[in-house]
Design a protein around this ligand. Sequence first.
Ligand code: FAD
Length: 402
Amino acid sequence: MNDMTNQPRHSRYLIIGGGMTADAAARGIRELDADGAIRLLAAEPDAPYARPPLSKSLWKGEPLASIWRATDELPGVTLELGRRATRLDPGEHRVVDDQGTVYTYEKLLLATGGAPRRLPFGDDEVIYFRTLADYRRLHELATPGRRIAVLGGGFIGSEVAAALAMQGCRVVMLFPEEGPGARVFPPALTRHLVTYYREHGIEVHPGEKVAGIARQGTTSEVTTDSGQRFTVDAVVAGLGIIPDVALAIGAGLRVDDGIVVDEHLRTTNPDIWAAGDVARFAPAGRAGRGVRVEHEDNALSQGRAAGRAMAGDPAPYTHVPFFYSDLFDLGYEAVGTLDARAPVVADWKEEFREGVVYYLAGERVQGVLLWNVWGQVDAARELLAAPGPFTAESLRGRLPAS
Ligand SMILES: Cc1cc2nc3c(=O)[nH]c(=O)nc-3n(C[C@H](O)[C@H](O)[C@H](O)COP(=O)(O)OP(=O)(O)OC[C@H]3O[C@@H](n4cnc5c(N)ncnc54)[C@H](O)[C@@H]3O)c2cc1C
């Protein structure tokens, strides 16, 4: 109807993006505004879903139906799926999508997340693991006995490698660092994870940078800088994401590796907010560049808070997000900044199996890793807020393992 009359599609709230942040924002709006029309403009063909199960529970038999967020069951929400916003004109409160459809809004949220970092070779040979479509493609390829290369030793690479091994695939893991999670875990823990992954049947190659990928009939050949060659049935990569800031740049918003937002998650335009993986949270008066967090709890809490802010909530955003991951039978939760280069106090109940690692910044605690330790996230948050001074002696035993 609108297309035929060329009338813009108007809504009080327009959300660009169809991820977990977008869903949480719609819910946040509805907490304060019962009937203002909400529209989600989302590039993926699928309605909002939870991403973490794509590398975890779906491989352990959890049904696909468990991931849906049911955003469309909220009253007054319209989903525009499979449409990418290509232009944002803040002066006119106007957005145009890749099909030429025009949308107008009173308040706009940018929840565009990030796109996987890609290699300059390999093209479609490589599954850059991020979306439900990527999960479907990999799951189909991952039959027992298949040999699959996993590129990257960060969160996604580590989880996908474990998931594929549990599926009975022969996994070859390649990454330039010393071990899985090398950017966040203390070096001793990272080195232990190399052994642990090998014990679970994974061929782990630390210190290997991929230099080329070529198709050879039904297989792919992966070559590394050091001259090693691996013939595999499929290649999957988790090399990090690049925040999707194109619309924000085009609209003249402030961008600094992410869309810069203040304590109310508002961008440099008063009618535009940003949240989730794409947002750099930089409250006024705080030193430094602020933080951009690529984790679920941040997506959910920032999304909700941005939705509430758009609907008039004057409260500033103060939540300290946590994150988590599962690696075979190990699991962890973490709060704050985990920087492998920081000095740490490691308080193991059983070395590398169960314990707490405290990351220090001077005499304060800047991050806490709860390794197979549960129910301590709030206590860890309190520790981050405490002025200290903390020492190894005062930290040991502070957050006890269960
Ligand atoms: C496989 C996987 C496992 C994960 N596991 C964990 C975990 O265990 N623990 C944890 O804390 N976090 C985990 N995460 C991270 C967490 O899922 C993300 O932080 C979160 O999903 C980010 O949500 P988002 O909505 O901000 O961004 P995204 O999920 O990136 O969503 C943004 C959406 O916007 C769309 N979009 C972008 N630009 C446009 C445009 N111009 N027009 C329309 N649509 C657009 C994109 O297509 C995308 O669908 C995992 C992520 C992945 C991929």
